[in-house]
Design a binder for this molecule. Structure first.
Ligand code: MYA
Ligand code: JJ1
Length: 387
């Protein structure tokens, strides 16, 4: 029983088969002229604000809201702690719009208490190339939960996006809503097992000593693939082509031009780490990348933060995927990450076990707004990563 989602143009659970023989929009086409011109009403003493990420104080307010109130695991042991630099990167890709960085303040005090964002993205779903927004960082202050503020935020961002003649959106969430396009599973590879065990992120396996565990997860200091190096600006054209070719085989994937590849894949320490493999003749054969997303550790007195690397876009060309991903583990470890996280998307299912990943307790569901797919997309046909 989804009082809000039941009213929205999203696929519903238990829809009649036959309504969904083909992919397509759910709502009938609309005009910008018909979009409600005024913002949705908020409860007394709350007001809408457009957040300006270029202003350090406003960026810090978003950072602080998310640091204290954003996504936690099921047992409330860890909470995502996106850095300010990461948020700037995530929220300001080519073509970003400040009006899609949508906040709610308390009128009397000015305190930022809720946020939702959209960024422009072209996403291919099966044979359709959609002009969309990716919605992320929906957050309501813990003291304002369960007051139906989230539906207002969602309707307001929808309105602000519709005003730009965009009618579809992509989003991911850990929770189950009507109705996932794909349901994926998190996997984790220990890089610093001692710390992970001490903070309760993982446990010593049965019949394993700490010494054997350290040995099991030990990695070389240097990547093993000849010709692997940090991605540079001059690599952008070749990386764009390499990635576009690879992403063709997935049923949901971004369509990225050179400017977007430059934005999403330029090396930024502790934000996004991108590496290419350069062959002897100078052509680039492979790409690997991961992003840094720390989590705060709730109520541990030895450590306050867990530094996690998340697999981003990785393209095996001349290098087999297991070898490329093993280099990703080595590079993440040597840059101080405690754990490497990946979803069972791309071709990951084939290689996670051999690289000593273990299954996590978290799921990630992919959703489309105002777009129906005839068939759920299998996880190994998902080629889109959201931050
Ligand atoms: S996913 C990350 C979401 N953030 C968090 O999990 C952070 C911690 N939690 C919170 O801040 C709050 O619990 C939130 C809900 C804000 C999540 N996505 O106000 P309420 C539905 C969508 O009383 P609260 C991300 O950022 C819920 O089923 N809906 O609840 C992507 C119920 O509806 P219904 C959600 O707990 C976001 C209603 O909200 C989510 O105080 C994509 C209850 O509202 C969720 N993660 O606040 C958003 N969680 O009655 C959609 C709960 O139907 C974008 N709910 O069950 C859609 C596209 C828009 C653009 C379209 C353009 C064309
Ligand atoms: O990180 C996650 N789980 C960890 C910690 C679990 C702590 C207890 N709940 C986990 N650890 C086991 C790892 C172990 C390592 C050695 C090998 C065996 C396995 O499972 C989970 C993902 O699994 N994370 C979350 O639950 C965070 C929320 C995920 C939803 C994200 C929503 C994002 C929305 C933005 O668009």
């Amino acid at each position: 029983n989804y009082a809000f989602w039941g009213t929205q143009p999203v696929a519903q659970f238990g829809e009649q088969p036959g309504t969904s023989d083909a992919d397509g929009a759910i709502d009938k086409p609309k005009d910008v002229a018909d979009v409600r011109p005024e913002p949705y009403g908020l409860p007394q003493n709350f007001e809408w604000v457009t957040c300006n990420i270029d202003n350090d104080d406003e960026l810090r307010e978003i950072y602080e809201l998310l640091s204290a109130h954003y996504v936690e695991d099921d047992d409330n042991m860890f909470r995502f702690a996106y850095s300010k630099e990461f948020l700037r990167w995530a929220l300001q890709p080519p073509g970003f719009k400040a009006v899609w960085h949508c906040g709610v303040r308390v009128s009397t005090t000015g305190k930022l208490v809720a946020f939702i964002s959209g960024i422009p993205a072209t996403v291919r779903v099966n044979a359709s190339t959609l002009t969309t927004v990716e919605i992320n960082f929906l957050c309501v202050h813990k003291k304002l939960r369960h007051k139906r503020l989230a539906p207002v935020l969602i309707k307001e961002i929808t309105r602000r996006v519709n005003l730009h003649n965009i009618w579809q959106a992509v989003y991911t969430a850990g929770v189950l809503l009507p109705k996932p396009v794909s349901e994926c599973q998190y996997w984790h590879r220990s890089l610093n097992p001692k710390k992970l065990i001490s903070i309760g992120f993982s446990r010593l396996a049965q019949r394993m000593t700490m010494a054997r565990t350290l040995k099991l997860y030990k990695l070389p200091d240097q990547p093993q693939t000849p010709g692997i190096r940090q991605m540079e600006d001059r690599d952008v054209p070749q990386v764009t082509a390499l990635l576009a070719d690879y992403l063709q085989k997935f049923q949901i994937a971004p369509v990225l031009d050179e400017e977007e590849v430059r934005h999403w894949l330029s090396f930024q320490p502790d934000v996004v780490h991108s590496y290419v493999v350069e062959g002897p003749d100078g052509t680039l054969t492979d790409l690997l990348s991961f992003y840094t997303l720390p989590s705060s550790i709730i109520g541990n007195d030895q450590y306050d933060s867990l530094k996690a690397a998340y697999m981003f876009y990785t393209v095996p060309g001349a290098t087999p995927l297991p070898q490329l991903m093993n280099d990703a583990l080595i590079l993440a470890h040597s840059t101080g990450h405690d754990v490497f996280n990946a979803l069972d998307i791309f071709d990951n299912q084939k290689i996670l076990k051999e690289l000593k990943f273990g299954i996590g307790d978290g799921k990630l569901r992919y959703y489309l707004f105002n777009w129906r797919v005839a068939h759920e997309i299998p996880t190994n046909k998902v080629g889109l990563v959201m931050l």
